[in-house]
Unconditional design. Structure first.
Length: 117
């Protein structure tokens, strides 16, 4: 019989992992998109060397539903804020979640719909 003893000096902290390279982040992003193949896909994706990915959706009302579906799939919430853009009022809609250590943000700047009178 083999016995393996693990000596843990009062829960010594594990060393920090080095940041992932852009190549690894791109592979992780491709895996994320594959895992979410049945969800609406973003129009643009930005990969940052500070371990973050942004996914931009179209400037249309359908993007709010798309981002909501992403939030539901990955256990996040959707936030929205009114903003005044140069072309008129917009609603900035976004969700943020973690995907295997990569900070993911999905967002859209949707023109505000006219108020009913």
């Amino acid at each position: 019989m083999t016995i393996i003893r693990i000596h843990d000096k009062a829960g010594a902290a594990l060393p920090e992992l080095p940041p992932a390279s852009i190549t690894i982040l791109a592979v992780g992003t491709a895996d994320l998109l594959q895992q979410a193949a049945d969800l609406p896909q973003p129009g643009s994706i930005f990969i940052y060397d500070h371990q973050a990915v942004s996914m931009q959706f179209a400037k249309e009302q359908a993007s709010v539903r798309a981002i909501t579906r992403w939030a539901l799939r990955f256990g996040s919430v959707v936030t929205s804020e009114p903003h005044q853009a140069k072309d008129g009022p917009e609603t900035w809609c976004r969700t943020e979640f973690d995907y295997f250590g990569i900070a993911i943000t999905a967002y859209a700047h949707v023109p505000a719909e006219p108020a009913d009178t």
